[in-house]
Design a protein around this ligand. Structure first.
Ligand SMILES: [Fe+2]
Length: 247
């Protein structure tokens, strides 16, 4: 500094200051860890309980064994193809795992019934998204996850349940779930029908694009399914005249 300058001399940290700062940082890290540890442990317990609940649900019905994990895989591949970020992919992953959790409250005789359901039985089954949302409300803090669980049977044209939402009023996560859920249901054995080949199942999705499913999501989903030549997909579209039979 020049002798005429009025600027104060720069403050430099001595070794003692550095030690103090390091000690403060270490203390802050230990306090944060101490605060977070019980929360993380509680979180781990909640997720372990959720896993058990999903396994218990799928054990009630041999036909849906592994359904939630397969739906999760399909939905995550679609989410990645759509370029969704990690936070949204996490919500989709959790919602996919939990989407049918409300079926724990549906009698097995209805879930495993071979053949068509009566109107009353169908009404009982259709309660599962709302029951699922209520079951998860005390343990899942994400509104988006709860909305996806509640909305996974909504249809683009507004004829779905439980709320009759239409178009973009249906949360994106729920629209993605609807596609993964249907694709797995169609390509798996059910008490009431044999599995469809994957190409035929894609054809069913495409036929319902615009009415039941978001057409952009259906096309993206079809694209990410590997090993499906375009000719097979066209053939599948022609064959896919059957009505939607998944529950
Ligand atoms: Fe469902």
């Amino acid at each position: 500094m020049s002798p005429t300058s009025t600027e104060p001399p720069p403050i430099t940290l001595g070794a003692a200051d550095e030690e103090t700062r390091a000690a403060r940082h270490a203390a802050r890290v230990s306090i944060e860890q101490a605060v977070r540890r019980p929360a993380l442990q509680a979180c781990a317990l909640v997720f372990a309980a959720i896993d058990s609940l999903v396994r218990a649900l799928e054990a009630r019905d041999a036909y849906t064994c592994g359904h939630s994990l397969r739906v999760r895989r399909y939905c995550l591949r679609l989410a990645e193809a759509l370029g969704l970020g990690p936070r949204q992919r996490w919500r989709i992953s959790l919602a996919a795992k939990l989407h049918d959790i409300g079926k724990v409250a549906i009698p097995r005789t209805i879930l495993n019934k071979p053949g068509p359901l009566t109107d009353e039985e169908r009404r009982v089954v259709q309660r599962h998204p709302v029951i699922g949302e209520r079951l998860l409300l005390p343990v899942i803090g994400s509104r988006a996850v709860l909305a996806a669980v509640r909305g996974h049977h909504e249809r683009l044209d507004g004829s779905g349940y439980p709320d009759g939402l239409a178009g973009s009023d249906i949360p994106l996560e729920a629209r993605i779930l609807a596609i993964g859920d249907c694709f797995d249901a169609l390509t798996s054995s059910r008490a009431y029908r044999a599995p469809l080949p994957r190409t035929d199942a894609l054809g069913v999705l495409r036929q319902a694009a615009g009415s039941q499913f978001d057409p952009v999501l259906v096309e993206t989903f079809a694209r990410v399914q590997k090993g499906l030549p375009a000719a097979d997909l066209l053939l599948a579209n022609a064959k896919a005249s059957r009505k939607d039979t998944y529950r």
